[in-house]
Design a protein around this ligand. Structure first.
Ligand SMILES: [Zn+2]
Length: 413
């Protein structure tokens, strides 16, 4: 048996770090891109998926360990591109303890990769959050994959619950050092601001995916933005100019470019289920990215919470600022997946790409993330048939909590 490694991520503990031996994941229904396969064995070594083989073709070697995943779905870890916090933690707290609490919570819901999402704040606060996230990402088995900069370069008229007093036009002296320090994978911005086009170009040059959001960009202007680097729409239909049949707005320009993707807060509140179904019919599951946009109240009972420098009230799981605006969500990714299935009448296999492959591809990390192909990181979620979590693995290491008979049955060969 491998020595059990205790793990620095406070409440996350690695219960089976299996870096030198092979793991044979057996007896489950194993996801392969568009379907589940039975009677196959997924072979993991050195934190990476090595192969998928028919069970009767696998030759166990001395030192191999078996993971009996009978009765479980074996799926790639979920990818959330837009999450501010959960579990009374927020990335703007800018502390390792908060990132640890957030990570532990997300891993429990099956999220193995997330972009810590900042909010519109002073430069000092944003820089503190960026620094804390950069440090936290260096930890082994951290699910924090990178940073999503939401603001501060947003359009005041579509700010939602972003802090108005900190909105500002982009200045290179401010943002270039942020990009240069690395790890920013996604920016939500309003390209119509003065300096917006230059910001878009600079972001692209640093390998940052550009999402248009909190924006009033017109259809005509947005055709140019999407042609010159923008490739995503942030929390579609929220914090953006709507569609008018004579003034289509940037949403319609995004629809018309096949490579553009659409974040959706799939809680049934931010976007009505009927509109979610419409969007899915328009763009298909490969362009639709389920996100949570969750804030610190996710996972907690209703109450009053901080969101940046202001207070919000969560009632029946819906978070609003005192002026009545929706202010983040309390959604979790596993619930987002279940909602997609329910709202759009989809099977698990039909909905799964929208929480795995599509978001991973949208920031250029597929198939290393969002896939269980050979060569992918062994970020694996084990769910029972009701989609209840049994265990989560990051980089081939089984992470607590969720000890379950199916997973506890790992055994030396
Ligand atoms: Zn937002």
């Amino acid at each position: 048996m491998d020595a059990i490694l205790s793990f620095a991520l406070a409440s996350m503990k690695i219960v089976g770090a299996v870096l030198l031996t092979r793991l044979l994941i057996e007896n489950g229904q194993i996801w392969q891109e568009d379907r589940f396969l039975r009677d196959h064995t997924l072979i993991v070594a050195d934190g990476v998926v090595r192969a998928l083989q028919p069970a009767d073709a696998v030759r166990a070697r001395p030192g191999d360990r078996r993971v009996d995943s009978r009765g479980a779905y074996v799926i790639p870890g979920l990818v959330d591109l837009h999450v501010h916090g959960s579990n009374d933690c927020d990335v703007m707290d800018a502390t390792a303890a908060s990132l640890s609490g957030l990570s532990a919570f997300l891993v429990r819901q099956g999220v193995t990769s997330y972009l810590g999402t900042t909010m519109t704040e002073s430069a000092e606060k944003i820089e503190a959050a960026l620094a804390a996230m950069r440090n936290f990402m260096e930890r082994p088995y951290s699910p924090l994959l990178g940073i999503h900069l939401e603001g501060p370069f947003l359009n005041r008229d579509f700010r939602g619950s972003q802090a108005e007093e900190h909105l500002r036009p982009p200045r290179r002296e401010e943002y270039l050092p942020w990009f240069a320090a690395g790890h920013i994978k996604l920016i939500t911005m309003a390209p119509e601001l003065p300096g917006g086009e230059e910001l878009m170009r600079d972001a692209c040059a640093h390998g940052v995916t550009v999402a248009i959001g909190h924006s009033g960009a017109s259809y005509a202007a947005a055709q140019g933005y999407f042609a010159r680097g923008a490739s995503q729409v942030t929390h579609t239909f929220n914090g953006m100019v709507g569609i008018h049949h004579r003034q289509p707005g940037f949403f319609v320009a995004a629809i018309e470019r096949p490579e553009t993707t659409f974040q959706v807060i799939a809680d049934g509140v931010h976007v009505h289920p009927a509109v979610l179904r419409m969007l899915l019919r328009l763009v298909g599951g490969e362009r639709l990215l389920a996100i949570t946009d969750a804030m610190r109240a996710a996972g907690l009972p209703d109450g009053r919470f901080a969101l940046g420098e202001r207070r919000v009230t969560v009632k029946d799981g819906v978070s609003r600022s005192d002026d009545g605006r929706l202010a983040g969500s309390t959604l979790t990714m596993d619930q987002a997946l279940k909602n997609l299935m329910r709202f759009c009448d989809l099977t698990l296999a039909e909905a799964l790409p929208m929480v795995t492959r599509a978001p991973a591809r949208a920031i250029g990390v597929y198939p290393r993330k969002g896939s269980l192909q050979a060569g992918a990181d062994a970020d694996i979620v084990f769910w029972d048939e009701e989609l209840g979590p049994r265990a989560t693995m990051i980089g081939g290491a089984l992470i607590e909590p969720a000890p379950d008979p199916c997973i506890a049955a790992t055994a030396d060969v």
